[in-house]
Structures are given as structure tokens and as C-alpha cells.
Design a protein around this ligand. Structure first.
Ligand SMILES: Cc1cc2nc3c(=O)[nH]c(=O)nc-3n(C[C@H](O)[C@H](O)[C@H](O)COP(=O)(O)OP(=O)(O)OC[C@H]3O[C@@H](n4cnc5c(N)ncnc54)[C@H](O)[C@@H]3O)c2cc1C
Length: 464
């Protein structure tokens, strides 16, 4: 094989692409990964999961010191915010991660082809004038922020998540268009640092897709923290002024328009599959009505030898979903039997408190006509949560009414993102609620609330 021929060429180095490339190389396939960004790691490491979690951590610490320590008898005076340092630290965290992927590529002998890939046919791509061919191509080009008519993003006053991660001053009033995960996480960052935050959401509730009971509780808690919500409303225009932005807002169902002033507007109404400039037409690869690359259950497109994974295909737009697809596909390309269980993919909102879910929501079970039982346990009755002064929220477990098999789990509360792993494991292993209830959970831990919720499925919680 020449230097420009490979067993596998992965296009895009996000969590889907870079993990797929590493796994393929581990399995002995000659692998390259094409990335047009100056650094590896895709949306997740550069402008997504990692920088947002760095700022969430810093702002949570700032808020804890400013407002949460008195309760513990700790008096801290003269607290100041050094936003430039906070942003610099975020940059350091991002660099450590992107360099980490570069190191892993070297270690596993994955060739990084720098530049933008474009299919010139079904068997070759062009990158900066050079042609590369492979037995198998993997499209892992990810996603981009959905634009909104009448709201022109300049990444200064009207920003997407990318601009919202780079602000060099705390806005006085930030208006967020869209009450989804990304908007609420970044809204939390700036709210904790002092911004007034208003969320405008088209639907009558926030966080579409979450179990409704959790979503309602989440909105209550955020409102108590000071978030303002305008539900059932839509933004129809945005005018940048010297002072900031004037938004035109209307009821979603139609009605009288009003204006709203903000100094920063964050547009966060979702993400769409990104395939611009990739030359899918030249390769003959089909996309669906939403522009996502169409694949079968094993990530094969309609063109033999071309596959796709991650945000660019159907399914939840989550880094770990992309990663698992990357591993499963690499294993299949190496002749193994890779597989992803879509029933056991957790999702987490990294606000305070955190929100986490795995499996089905109550609404989904009702719609599917499944007979289910519910077990719930509040963190107000958990000793560790009380000791932490973090009693907002509850654990909710859904189990099959006849077999007791776990169907879904939903947590709003401290460390929900970590607690959900136990329930994802349980669902993966086909466990029943009773299995979880009979596992010995250390005391005093937040995970006891999981055990109690599992006990509550049979109406036999002990501590409430
Ligand atoms: C603010 C924010 C916060 C998020 N937080 C979380 C979180 O906490 N947890 C979570 O699970 N998910 C989170 N996500 C979602 C997560 O980032 C995505 O699900 C994940 O990055 C998808 O991975 P991917 O590999 O499919 O694509 P991406 O990470 O989008 O990577 C695609 C890469 O392909 C490159 N590319 C595109 N076209 C070409 C081409 N023609 N040639 C060469 N390179 C190309 C792009 O430059 C990019 O680097 C967040 C997203 C955002 C925006």
C-alpha cells in the first residue's frame, strides 16, 4: 500500500471519528483520520463538552464560594472574579485534551491528514489537492448549530454556543433562544457569574425529550435560582444596537409581538448534521429529509465501503453515543461483531443540580402502551445529600409492571450524571428493579437514593 492508500480513512476527528480511528488501528488496520480544524477532538473537545464543562466547574466553584459557604459556617469576604484567568484555564483544559488525542494517534500509528476532505468518487477523497484512497471510509463530520431566520449570528452579541464559551465580560442580561441542554448549561455558567438570564422557548416546557416530571421539577429549581422563562414564545427578529440586541418576541401560536432587550443573545435551538463541502453527491451517498447521512443498523451507507457515525447520522447527538458507534464500526470493519445498545445510552445535563436519564421516559412508555410501575425517592430523605446541603431533586425508576425489568431511570439531583451509570449498567445487564434494590450500597452515599427508588417500585422504600 502506498502512503496515500489505507484500510480505513475516517473523516472528522470528533469523539466518533478519533475513537473509531484508534480502535481500527488497534485492530491492525492501516488507518488515517482527516481533520480540517487546527486541532483534533472535534466539537466535543474544542467547542463543546470539554470547554463547557470547564466553565461549568469554574462558575460552580465561584457560586459556591460566593453564596454556598455561609451555610457551612465558612465566611469568605471580598470575592472577586478573574474572568480572563477562568477563560485561560478553560483553554488549558481544551489543549490538554486535544494534545492528548494527538498523542494517542501517534501511539496507535493513526495518520493525521490535515485539511478538508472531499469525495471525488466512491473510492477516493481529495485533501488539499492530494488524493487518498481506502478500502473503507467513515464519515464522522459531526454537527453545527441550527440557524434561525431573522437572528443573524455575529459571535459577538448574537452568539452560538461557540461564542458563548468565549465571552470576555459577564453580560448584564443574556437572552437564550431555546430551552434545551446546551442553552441551560451555558445559561447556568453566566448566571452563576452574575448575569440575568431569560430563556425563550417555543414549546410549553423546557428540555424536550426529558421525562416531563423531571423537566417540570428542573424548571422550578432553575426558576428558584433566578432563571426567567418565557415558554410558548418565539423570536422572530433580532436587531443589533450599540447597547446590545433588541429581540422581537411573539407567542408561538401567533399574537401580538413585543420587544426584549439583551446585551448578549445565545442562539441554542439545536444542531444539524454537517456535510457541507464533503462531496457526498460525487460519492453517491444518500441523506435523509433532515440532511443526516442514511445508514443501516451497522453504519453502512447506500454506497459499499462508505460508513457514517456520530452526530452526522440519526440518534441522540452525544459524544459517548458517537464514541460507541466508532468502536462498534471499527470492530465490524476488522471482522468482529461490534454493537451499540441504544436502550442504554445515558444523557446528562451538567447544571446544578444535574439531570440524568437512561432508557424510556414515562411519556414514551405510555405512548408505546407498556404497563409500568414507578419508584421515586427524594434527596431530602438522603443523609449524604443533607450533609452536602444539596437536597433538591429525586430519583425516579420505571420498571415493567409484570416482569419488574428496568425500563428507564431519571435523576435530578447532586451528581446525577455519575449516579446514572449504575442504572445504565443495570439496563445493559437486563436487571430488574429488585436486582438494584438488593445491591448493597455504601452508607452514607447519594447512591442510596437509587437503591431506595428501586425499593419504592414495590412500595417498600425504607427511609421515607
Ligand atoms: C456546547 C456544547 C456542549 C456539549 N456538551 C456535551 C456533553 O456534555 N456531553 C455529550 O455527550 N455531548 C455534548 N455535546 C455534543 C457533542 O459535542 C457531540 O455529540 C459530539 O462532538 C459528536 O461527535 P462527532 O464525532 O459525531 O462530531 P464532532 O465532534 O462534531 O466532530 C466532527 C469533526 O469533523 C470535522 N470535519 C467536518 N467536515 C470535515 C471535512 N470535510 N474534512 C475534514 N474534517 C471535517 C470537524 O472540523 C470536526 O472537528 C455538546 C455540544 C456542544 C456544542
Amino acid at each position: 500500500m502506498s502512503d496515500q492508500e489505507f484500510d480505513v480513512i475516517v473523516i472528522g476527528s470528533g469523539p466518533g471519528g478519533y475513537v473509531c480511528a484508534i480502535r481500527a488501528a488497534q485492530l491492525g488496520l492501516k488507518t488515517a483520520c482527516v481533520e480540517k480544524r487546527a486541532t483534533l477532538g472535534g466539537t466535543c473537545l474544542n467547542i463543546g463538552c470539554i470547554p463547557s464543562k470547564a466553565l461549568l466547574q469554574s462558575s460552580e466553584t465561584f457560586h459556591e464560594v460566593s453564596a454556598g459557604l455561609k451555610e457551612h459556617g465558612i465566611i469568605v469576604e471580598d470575592i472577586k472574579l478573574d474572568l480572563a484567568r477562568m477563560q485561560a484555564r478553560k483553554g488549558e483544559v481544551v489543549t490538554a485534551n486535544t494534545k492528548g488525542v494527538e498523542f494517542l494517534f501517534k501511539k496507535n500509528k493513526v495518520t493525521w491528514i490535515k485539511g478538508e476532505a472531499k469525495f471525488t468518487g466512491a473510492k477516493a477523497i481529495d485533501v488539499g489537492g492530494a488524493t487518498y484512497s481506502a478500502k473503507n471510509f467513515v464519515i464522522a463530520t459531526g454537527s453545527e448549530s441550527v440557524p434561525l431566520k431573522g437572528v443573524e449570528v455575529d459571535e459577538k452579541k448574537i452568539v452560538t454556543s461557540t461564542g458563548a464559551l468565549e465571552l470576555d465580560a459577564v453580560p448584564k442580561h443574556m437572552v437564550i433562544i431555546g430551552g434545551g441542554v446546551i442553552g441551560l448549561e451555558l445559561g447556568s455558567v453566566w448566571h452563576r457569574l452574575g448575569a440575568e438570564v431569560t430563556v425563550i422557548e417555543f414549546l410549553e416546557h423546557i428540555t424536550p425529550g426529558l421525562d416531563m416530571e423531571i423537566s417540570t421539577q428542573f424548571q422550578k429549581i432553575l426558576s428558584k435560582q433566578g432563571f426567567k422563562f418565557r415558554l410558548g414564545q418565539k423570536v422572530t427578529g433580532a436587531q443589533v444596537t450599540d447597547a446590545g440586541v433588541t429581540l422581537t418576541v411573539e407567542p408561538a401560536k401567533g399574537g401580538e409581538a413585543e420587544t426584549l432587550e439583551a446585551d448578549i443573545v445565545l442562539l441554542a435551538i439545536g444542531r444539524y448534521a454537517y456535510t457541507a463541502g464533503l462531496g457526498l453527491e460525487a460519492a453517491g451517498v444518500a441523506v435523509d429529509e433532515r440532511g443526516r447521512v442514511k445508514t443501516d443498523a451497522h453504519y453502512a451507507t447506500n454506497v459499499p465501503g462508505i460508513y457514517a457515525i456520530g452526530d452526522v447520522i440519526a440518534g441522540p447527538m452525544l459524544a459517548h453515543k458517537a464514541e460507541d458507534e466508532g468502536v462498534a464500526l471499527a470492530e465490524r470493519l476488522a471482522g468482529q461483531a461490534g454493537h451499540v445498545n441504544y436502550e442504554a445510552i445515558p444523557s446528562v445535563v451538567y447544571t446544578w443540580p444535574e439531570v440524568a436519564a437512561v432508557g424510556k421516559s414515562e411519556e414514551e412508555l405510555k405512548k408505546a402502551g407498556v404497563d409500568y410501575k414507578v419508584g421515586k425517592f427524594p434527596f431530602t430523605a438522603n443523609g449524604r445529600a443533607r450533609a452536602m446541603a444539596a437536597t433538591d431533586g429525586f430519583v425516579k425508576i420505571l420498571a415493567d409492571a409484570k416482569t419488574d425489568r428496568l425500563l428507564g431511570a431519571h435523576i435530578i439531583g447532586p451528581d446525577a450524571g455519575t449516579l446514572i451509570a449504575e442504572l445504565a449498567t443495570a439496563i445493559e445487564f437486563g436487571a430488574s428493579a429488585e436486582d438494584v434494590a438488593r445491591i448493597c450500597h455504601a452508607h452514607p452515599t447519594l447512591s442510596e437514593a437509587v437503591k431506595e427508588a428501586a425499593l419504592a417500585v414495590e412500595g417498600r422504600a425504607l427511609h421515607i
